[in-house]
Design a protein around this ligand. Structure first.
Ligand code: EPZ
Length: 421
């Protein structure tokens, strides 16, 4: 198992390019199940999770291949598939659940393992199942699996309101509605850019979808879809993570290949913390203040402050000259990184959904343990800011969502390496 070793205290300088978005690539690859034939998904990041989605489709009988540069995914969907997502694969990546909607819509049946627990929260899929049942699917839970079928053979359009905004829930039901009979109106939808990108991918397959990115999505079902050829959007969370690195004291980093409007909530908080952030051709440039200012942050569904940036933002506020309150409203257990930041000399107390972060002049390096994907990115950022050596253990979490992060940070001057633990 690898660990990441960081010699901190070196101000970062230079430019870094973001990869394609993990959370756009996964549903786009799953969307291939909606149509027989040869599909191409471009600008795919080279990540463990993307490989898992490939294995999942291969398990169903699809031929899955990566281009030599590993950023284009080819999927050949046969005339019949094994409509099953086994526990062995789903337990490693809960996003596997987005195969459920396409399987039901295209093949009229699906057996998909329930994802099970997660470090950051309970993360039930009740809204996915309610939405698919509203489209006419019969669903029962048995032996840890969702057993679903469409008695009429084809799903039927309907009006459905999500009880709470869910990203993959919106994606699952939207994909299913694309092949349903008649019109579907979905309300209280997630508005994340990845949802909008999936709708764009589905329209390229011949789907009729309006309103993605807004509260209400309208889908006119079609008989069949054609194979996909789509390039996914850049990864705004990877971009945000590099912007946070550039906002650390004394740093000056340009993040290219990102989409600035998708990062507005984060940029607003970076400016409030004293960082200079400006648009440059092809991206954003950020310069860190000598000492960050305290600022309060409250996570929320898009366009609010992304929960996937909460841990990374906490690192910056650990160094502020004063106290900040970070309130996590999306997931109920997403402060696992706090205990590890305390090991680096941070001063944080958690009260329910809120962490009170009292800024300290400096952090000091130590061995720390990653608990989930974004927490591990935060620990790498903390290591960059800390004096001395930080070792981040369990980096398999990091590799699920960041493409060789050490190779992207090193050219910025970071003293960072990956070594066998
Ligand atoms: C997506 O997860 C992302 N994953 C997550 O990114 C991200 O943190 C999350 O959206 C929120 O932005 C992918 O896109 C693959 P939700 P998802 O359903 O869809 C509750 C990362 O780091 N809920 O929007 O699983 C749920 O428990 C990952 O890349 C229900 O109660 O998140 C949570 O509290 C981590 N019932 C809230 O809604 C449901 O049926 C939002 O979850 C579904 C969700």
């Amino acid at each position: 198992m690898d660990k990441i070793v960081v010699e901190g205290g070196v101000p970062l300088r230079g430019s870094v390019r973001v990869s394609g978005a993990k959370n756009a690539a996964l549903p786009a690859i799953a969307a291939a199940l909606l149509a027989e034939g040869d599909h191409v998904v471009r600008n795919v990041p080279d990540l463990a999770d993307v490989r898992t989605m490939g294995r999942l489709l291969a398990h169903m009988g699809c031929a899955v291949e990566r281009s030599a540069d590993r950023h284009t995914q080819h999927v050949r969907v046969p005339s019949t598939v094994k409509a099953e997502a086994p526990y062995e694969l789903v337990k490693t990546m809960r996003a596997s659940v987005v195969v459920l909607g396409p399987l039901l819509a295209r093949w009229g049946r699906a057996r998909v393992s329930l994802p099970g627990g997660c470090a950051i929260g309970a993360r039930p899929i009740d809204q996915h199942l309610k939405g698919l049942a509203a489209l006419g699917a019969e669903i029962r839970l048995e032996h840890g699996y969702v057993e679903a079928q469409v008695p009429r053979g084809r799903l039927r359009g309907t009006t459905f309101t999500f009880d709470g905004q869910t990203v993959t829930g919106t994606e699952n039901v939207m994909m299913a509605a694309a092949l349903a009979e008649g019109r579907t109106i979905l309300r209280n939808c997630a508005r994340e850019p990845e949802v909008t990108d999936l709708a764009a991918a589905l329209r390229r397959m011949g789907a009729r979808i309006e309103g993605a990115g807004q509260d209400e999505i309208r889908v006119e079902g079609v008989e069949r879809l054609r194979p996909l050829d789509h390039a996914v959007i850049p990864d705004r969370i990877e971009a945000g993570t590099f912007l946070l690195a550039g906002a650390l004291p004394g740093c000056d980093v340009t993040v290219t290949g990102c989409t600035p409007p998708e990062l507005e909530a984060l940029v607003e908080k970076l400016r409030a913390a004293g960082a200079e952030v400006g648009e440059v051709p092809g991206g954003l440039r950020v310069r860190g203040p000598a000492r960050p200012r305290p600022t309060d942050v409250r996570t929320a569904p898009h366009p609010g402050f992304p929960t996937d940036m909460q841990a990374q933002m906490m690192v910056l506020l650990c160094l502020a000259d004063g106290s900040s309150r970070i309130t996590e409203t999306v997931f109920e257990n997403r402060f696992m990184h706090v205990q590890e930041l305390l090991r680096l000399g941070a001063d944080i107390t958690v009260e329910g959904k809120t962490a009170v972060v009292r800024g300290v002049p400096a952090l000091s390096g130590a061995p720390v343990m990653a608990s989930d994907l974004r927490a591990s990115a935060a620990l790498v950022l903390a290591g960059l800011a800390a004096r001395g050596t930080t070792e981040v253990l369990r980096v398999y979490h990091l590799d699920r969502g960041y493409e060789r992060i050490e190779e992207k940070l090193e050219p910025l001057g970071a003293r960072i390496s990956r070594v066998r633990a």
